[in-house]
Each structure stands twice: as structure tokens, then as C-alpha cells.
Design a protein around this ligand. Structure first.
Ligand code: SF4
Ligand code: SF4
Length: 306
């Protein structure tokens, strides 16, 4: 077996590990007293730890934003690795149709199903990260989940008001899974209503090609100056043609806690109104980009983030 075949086998094993956990784990639940699962589908992509995009993120987002090499070696001091020995395994969990439909009807605060996914669906996503780390470790591949390490932090940022030391959406973008929209969400082939996860592992997997030349290629507003539907969906006026005001969004999420406790009788929160009832809810709305992806076409190498 050559290196390419080994990498493809390993990639299939990783993807099956993720898919099997989604299919079989009792933790995949909305915790609403029914048999409804939180998630039923996944997109998986891989990015090399040596991809220059990680350094571009550092320069664009801030020095506090980790490269895979930095966070892996901080947390695996006995098994340090070079950047090109690492792979970022990224996944996207698209929101289920019933959850999207429920939140489409919301005008100010989240539907119960959406708030449940924000809490219990993300609890499953945490368990999924831990499971993938465990399975990789059992197979001899040290791995860490960057979102779950104790020094992961949200940091004040001049450019973005605040940002974090690792971003699941940016990892997914690096791993070929999607591009950013006007509201900051990640638009994937399954749309923008999603949660994402990742682990960094000492394993060699072929990187997933990024089928876009621009980090905003899938958003109609940036592709051809139309749409802007997420602006009207936001009850906090946190989205304008200038982009996403994270502080206004954060304050609205804070207010949603009281609503969720009072209305649905559990400790939760959420919003996501800008992720549903919009053309990018469940697909890539830019026809040319969607069709190029379906044909398996790749664009020329992307310019640096700007
Ligand atoms: S709703 Fe329209 S403008 Fe907003 S992110 Fe989606 S495609 Fe872009
Ligand atoms: S999550 Fe809610 S508050 Fe935040 S930008 Fe989207 S619609 Fe607005």
C-alpha cells in the first residue's frame, strides 16, 4: 500500500469514526423526552498543520490565535510534532430540517428546538471531539481538541471587538468546508445553519482541497452585491452591510437566557435567526459556486486574506 492509499484509508476511518458516533451514541439527543436526535448528518474535511492559512489567520485575527502546531505542542509536550506531521480534522454538523423550520418561525428569540441544540447538541459536539481524540489515541495518533483545552479563551480584539484562540469555523474554512457570509456564519454545501468541531492529530491525511478562491465566495452579498436577507432577520440589528456587530449579537444572546428559562423551562440560550429563512440556510446560494462544486472544479490558488 502506498502513502496515498494509506492516507485515503485513514481518512475513511476517521470519517467513519465520526459518522458512527453520530449514528450510535445515546448522547446524540435533543433531551426533549422524544427520540429525536440532535444531528443526523456531517461534513468532514482535513487541513495540513503546515498550511500557510494558519499563519494568515494569526496575522489577520491576532497573535493570540493559535496555529495547530502551537496548540498541539503546548498540550502534548511529551510528543512534540512538526507542523507538517499534524492534520486538523474538522467537521460541520448541519442543523436538522425540523430545527431549521422551527427557528424560521421565530422573530426575536430562538425556537425551543434551536435552543436545545445550542445546549444539548453542543454537549454532543463536545463528546464527539472527546470520542475522536480517544479513538485516534487508541490507534496510536496523539490528538487534542483545541476548543476544550483549558487555556482556550475569548480575547478582546481591535479588529473584531473580540475573537478566540481557536475558531471552529475558521478551521472548517481551512479544511475546505465553506466560506464566510455577511453575518460571519460559515456557508457550506449544507448551508449556514450548523455547528462545527475539530481536533488536531499527529496523523498524515491528504488535505481536502478548498474549492474556493475567496473566503466569502458563497455569500450572495459578496459574490454579486445582492441578498442581505440576514440583515432583516436579525432582531438585534447586529448585521448591516458593514458586517456583523459581535457585541450587539452577544448582548442579544445574553437576553435570550431569560426567555429560554421562562418559556421552555431549561437553562439555555441561542438565536441563529440569521441562519434560517435566508437563501444560504441549507445550501450554497451562489449558483456558479454551487455548480462548480458539484462538478468538482477547483479555482486557482486563493489570494491572502484581506
Ligand atoms: S443571507 Fe444572504 S447576505 Fe446573508 S450570509 Fe446568506 S447569502 Fe450572504
Ligand atoms: S445570532 Fe441572532 S443576534 Fe446574532 S447576528 Fe444572528 S440574528 Fe443577530
Amino acid at each position: 500500500m502506498d502513502n496515498g492509499e494509506m492516507s485515503r484509508d485513514a481518512a475513511a476511518w476517521v470519517e467513519n469514526t465520526i459518522r458512527d458516533f453520530i449514528a450510535d451514541s445515546p448522547r446524540n439527543t435533543m433531551e426533549d423526552g422524544t427520540d429525536e436526535a440532535a444531528w443526523d448528518d456531517v461534513l468532514v474535511g482535513f487541513a495540513s498543520g503546515a498550511d500557510p492559512i494558519w499563519q494568515q489567520y494569526k496575522e489577520y485575527i491576532g497573535a493570540f490565535h493559535w496555529t495547530p502546531w502551537e496548540v498541539f505542542n503546548q498540550h502534548c509536550p511529551k510528543e512534540t510534532a512538526a507542523a507538517d506531521e499534524l492534520t486538523v480534522i474538522s467537521w460541520v454538523l448541519p442543523q436538522r430540517k425540523l430545527v431549521r423550520e422551527a427557528n424560521r418561525r421565530s422573530r426575536k428569540y430562538p425556537a425551543e428546538q434551536w435552543a436545545r441544540i445550542r445546549v444539548y447538541g453542543e454537549a454532543f459536539n463536545v463528546a464527539l471531539r472527546q470520542h475522536v481524540v480517544q479513538r485516534l489515541g487508541d490507534a496510536g495518533h496523539m490528538a487534542i481538541p483545541p476548543m476544550l483545552v483549558p487555556n482556550w479563551a475569548i480575547v478582546k480584539s481591535e479588529r473584531f471587538s473580540y475573537a478566540s484562540s481557536w475558531s471552529e469555523r475558521h478551521a472548517a474554512h481551512a479544511a475546505g468546508l465553506g466560506t464566510f457570509g455577511l453575518c460571519d456564519g460559515l456557508i457550506t454545501q449544507k448551508g449556514k445553519a450548523l455547528r462545527a468541531g475539530s481536533v488536531i492529530a499527529r496523523i498524515s491525511l491528504d488535505p481536502t482541497p478548498r474549492p474556493y478562491a475567496d473566503h466569502r465566495a458563497y455569500c450572495l452579498f459578496f459574490a454579486n452585491g445582492t441578498c442581505g436577507k440576514c440583515i432583516d432577520r436579525c432582531p438585534a440589528r447586529a448585521i448591516t452591510e458593514a458586517g456583523h456587530d459581535k457585541e450587539k449579537c452577544r448582548q442579544h444572546l445574553g437576553r435570550s437566557r431569560e426567555y429560554v428559562a421562562k418559556t421552555y423551562q431549561f437553562e439555555g440560550y441561542g438565536c441563529g435567526l440569521c441562519q434560517v429563512g435566508v437563501p444560504c440556510e441549507a445550501t450554497i446560494p451562489v449558483k456558479s459556486a454551487r455548480e462548480a462544486l458539484e462538478r468538482g472544479e477547483l479555482p486557482p490558488p486563493p489570494p491572502p486574506l484581506a
